[in-house]
Design a protein around this ligand. Sequence first.
Ligand code: EPZ
Length: 432
Amino acid sequence: MTKYIVEGGSPLFGEVHVSGAKNAAVAIIPAAVMVRGVCRIENIPQISDVTLLLSILRDLGARIRTINANTMEIDCSSVRNGQVPYEAARRCRASCYMMGALLGRFGQAEVALPGGCDFGGTRPIDQHLKGFKALGAQVEVQSGFVNAQAKDGRLIGSSIFLDKVSVGATINIMLAAATAEGLTVIENVAKEPHIVDVANFLNSMGANIRGAGTDVIKVRGVESLHGGTYSIIPDQIEAGTYMAAVAACGGQVTIRDIIPKHMDCISAKLQEMGVEIQEIEDSLLVRRVGPLNKTNIKTMPYPGFPTDMQPQLAAVLCLAQGTSIITESVWSSRFRYADEFKRMGAQIQVNENLAIIEGVERLSGAKIEACDLRAGAAMIVAALAAQGTSEITNVQYIERGYEDVINKFRLLGGRIAAVEIPDESGDVRNAS
Ligand code: EPZ
């Protein structure tokens, strides 16, 4: 088991290079199953969710060649259809993309119902299944598995109006429709940068998808997808997390290798709080020297404020002057981190999807426990800003979505270290 030890209270200075987008990578890797040929994928973040998805592909017969730490060649030419087991699916929400990918490649999919971060609400997939059915699949859910079967072995294009804006449903339906017969029109879709990235990946492999990033996506099915090369976009949320850390700790940091346009909603909110942000080509210079102003946040689908940045901004608001309100409107609730922040002296009141945060002069280091990916990242932000020492456990959540997080913060002057704590066998190995 690993825990992070953080000595807080110092400002951050320097520059950080942002990795490839987790929520694009965890969709593009399953999508490679649809390609009869070699996909060379670049800028893949080295995170545990990616490792898990690659193992799922290997179990189905994919040949995967590591070119370097962030580049893989994935050959699914000889992949056979197979079940995606519960052991894998429960550990990674994105395993549900195997449904759309296997349906699109073989006309049939048997995938265990997904797991993923539990931040206090259910994570249904009714919209995913609605889309598959609209494309002509017979869909059954039994014994914890989704079993989908295209009549006559190939899906038929259709029109689908999503009841709820859903990243996962948008991507999963786009995957299945890519090789369906005829035109599919998907309306009320999600417009996140990773939706566009998945569509661009599929198009570079021969698909015909238009409108990703708008409210309507049109997919003209093709017979099959061919190999090619694709580079994943930078991670908007990872970049935002480092911006939040500078806001909380103070200092000046250049966030490199980003797409500034993707950061607009996060930059605007931080600027309201008194953080200075300057766009310089594919970087942002982020600086905070004075006091933090309170503000209110309402999470929304893109281009609104991203729910995946909500815990990190809550950590910053704990140190702002005045009272701030966070409304979580994407998930039914996403404030499980609040009790951990209270252990550090934060003043937070949570009521269903609302959090009221009264800023305090300072936070104090404490022993805290990560409860999901973004809450864990927010705890690093809070611990780096707090006075004194913090210990963060359950860090495996953080390592699902943040590449090289310890070194990246250390390079900014963050005093953070990963320490192995005795596991059942009692042996301890020092980590970085
Ligand atoms: C993706 O989850 C992300 N995960 C989440 O990021 C992110 O919080 C979420 O999108 C919203 O942006 C990945 O991309 C792997 P949704 P997803 O379907 O697809 C409801 C992180 O931190 N809904 O957009 O599961 C759902 O309950 C993770 O990187 C249905 O009702 O989210 C929620 O209220 C955490 N029926 C809302 O829609 C469905 O069939 C948005 O969910 C699907 C979703």
